[in-house]
Design a protein. Structure first.
Length: 358
C-alpha cells in the first residue's frame, strides 16, 4: 500500500471502480441486518455508541488521520514555525485533491456500514440459530491434536503466568492494528488500487465471518469449558471475556433494555482470518520485507493467543485462515486486481518531481 511520499500517485482512475463492489456489499449487508431485525423483532444498535455517536466519531477519526498525514510533512518542509501555514496549504493541495477526498470518504463510509451491520448481525445469531456446536468443535480439535486439548497443551508448554500477559497483549494489539491498517490504506497510501483491494478484503472477511457465525454458532472454549482456563493469570483479556458474557446475558434477557450488542462467536476466527488477509496482501503487494516478516510472525502469535486464551478452538483458526484467503481472492475480483504477486514493474505511477507544485 506504500504509505507516504509527496504528490498523488494514482495508476488507475479511482472513480471508475475502487469501492464500487464494497459499497454494494455494504448496502446488501445493511439490508440483511434490517430484514433479520424485522423478522425476529430485534433492535439495531450503533455498536460503539459508548464512545460517542457515529456522526461525530467518524469525522473526528478522519480529521485526525488527515492531520497526521499533512501536519508532519508541513512541519518538515517549513523548518521554521512561521512558515508552517503556507507549507500546510501546499501539502494539502498536493495530497488532497477532490479524487483523494472522495476515495477516503467513500471507503470510510462503506467500511463503517459493513462494520456496524456485521456487529448487529453477530448479536442476532443466538435468536436465529440456538444450536451450539462447541462439543463438536472440541471433538474435532482432539482428533487433530491426537486426543489432546490444544489449549491444555499450550498451557503446559508455555505456562500460565507471564505467557498469559504476553499473549493477552498480542490479542489486544490486533484490535488496535486492524483499524490502524485501514487508516493507512484510506488516508496515507496513494496506491489506490492496492488500498481499495485491502480495505475491501477486510470487509469481505467480516461478511464471510458473520455467515459462519449463523451457520455454526459456538461460544468458544473459555465459555464452554471455563475450568480449563481458570489457572491462567488474570489479564486484560480476562476482563474483556467477562464483560462480553455479561453483555450476551443482557441481550438474551431483553435486547431492548440494553444498548449492548452480543459479540461472542468462535467459528470462524476473524482474528486469524484478518491477520491472514494482512499477511497475504503484504506478500501480493510486495511490501517491505520487514513488514511482511512482522505480519507473518504476528499471525503465528495470534493463532497461539486465541487458542491459549480460550477464544477459539484450533479448528476455528483453520477456518479463519481459509476465510482470510477467500477474502483476498473475492476482493481481488471485486476491485479488478489480479490474484497474484505484483511484479517489480507493476507499481504505482509516481508523479515526476518537475510536475509537482513548488
Amino acid at each position: 500500500m506504500q504509505p507516504g511520499g509527496p504528490g498523488p500517485r494514482y495508476p488507475w482512475p479511482v472513480h471508475k471502480g475502487g469501492f464500487r463492489f464494497m459499497v454494494m456489499l455494504a448496502l446488501s449487508l445493511a439490508a440483511a441486518t434490517l430484514v433479520v431485525a424485522w423478522v425476529y423483532d430485534l433492535p439495531v444498535r450503533d455498536p460503539d455508541s459508548a464512545v460517542g455517536p457515529t456522526y461525530l466519531r467518524l469525522p473526528v477519526i478522519l480529521l485526525a488521520a488527515f492531520l497526521l498525514d499533512v501536519l508532519p510533512r508541513a512541519l518538515w518542509r517549513a523548518r521554521h514555525p512561521l512558515r508552517v501555514g503556507s507549507r500546510f496549504a501546499e501539502v494539502v493541495r498536493e495530497r488532497w485533491d477532490g479524487t483523494t477526498v472522495r476515495f477516503a470518504l467513500v471507503g470510510l463510509g462503506a467500511w463503517y456500514l459493513i462494520y456496524a451491520s456485521f456487529r448487529n448481525l453477530k448479536s442476532f445469531v443466538p435468536f436465529v440459530n440456538r444450536h451450539l456446536w462447541d462439543g463438536v468443535m472440541a471433538d474435532v480439535d482432539r482428533v487433530l491434536w491426537l486426543g489432546n486439548d490444544p489449549a491444555a497443551l499450550l498451557h503446559d508448554w508455555l505456562g500460565t503466568g507471564a505467557s498469559a500477559h504476553v499473549l493477552s497483549f498480542v490479542y489486544i494489539a490486533w484490535i488496535v492494528m486492524v483499524p490502524a491498517s485501514l487508516v493507512v490504506a484510506l488516508v496515507w497510501s496513494r496506491d489506490a488500487r492496492a488500498s481499495a483491494w485491502f480495505v475491501t478484503a477486510v470487509a469481505v472477511d467480516w461478511v464471510l465471518g458473520v455467515v459462519t457465525y449463523f451457520a455454526v454458532p459456538t461460544l468458544g472454549p473459555v465459555y464452554a469449558e471455563p475450568d480449563m482456563f481458570s489457572a491462567l493469570a488474570r489479564t486484560d483479556v480476562t476482563g474483556l471475556q467477562e464483560t462480553m458474557m455479561q453483555e450476551r446475558h443482557e441481550v438474551l434477557v431483553n435486547p431492548f433494555l440494553t444498548d449492548a450488542v452480543q459479540t461472542i462467536a468462535a467459528f470462524a476466527s476473524l482474528h486469524v482470518g484478518i491477520s491472514v488477509t494482512m499477511a497475504l496482501m503484504a506478500e501480493l503487494l510486495r511490501l517491505h520485507r520487514g513488514v511482511r516478516v512482522f505480519l507473518w510472525v504476528f499471525l503465528a502469535l495470534t493463532v497461539v493467543s486465541t487458542v491459549y486464551l480460550g477464544w477459539h478452538y484450533f479448528v476455528d483458526a483453520l477456518g479463519g485462515a481459509a476465510l482470510g484467503v477467500a477474502g483476498v481472492w473475492i476482493a481481488a475480483r471485486g476491485t479488478g486486481n489480479a490474484f497474484r504477486r505484483r511484479s517489480l514493474t507493476d507499481q504505482p505511477v509516481v508523479v515526476p518531481e518537475a510536475s509537482r507544485p513548488a
